[in-house]
Ligand binder design. Structure first.
Ligand SMILES: [Zn+2]
Length: 66
C-alpha cells in the first residue's frame, strides 16, 4: 500500500517511480497481497541487490531536470 501511495504521489508531482529495491526472499510475500498483485504487473525484475534489504526497501524517483 505504501508503494502504491508513493506511485500516486509521484504522479501528482509530475515524476515517476524509477526503481524499487525490495528484498528478493520477501517478494513472494509482497506479491501474495492484493496491493502487491497490483504492483507485480508493473514491476520488472532487474537483479539482486548487493546487500540484503529485509528490514527496509528503497524507492528511486525519476525527476526530470527543469
Ligand atoms: Zn538498503
Amino acid at each position: 500500500m505504501h508503494l502504491l501511495a508513493l506511485e500516486k504521489a509521484a504522479k501528482a508531482h509530475g515524476v515517476r517511480v524509477q526503481a524499487v529495491i525490495f528484498d528478493g526472499p520477501m517478494q513472494p510475500k509482497l506479491f501474495a497481497t492484493a496491493p502487491g498483485r497490483e504492483l507485480q504487473g508493473r514491476m520488472q525484475f532487474v537483479g539482486q541487490a548487493w546487500i540484503r534489504h529485509d528490514e527496509h526497501y528503497h524507492v528511486n524517483f525519476a525527476v526530470p531536470c527543469r
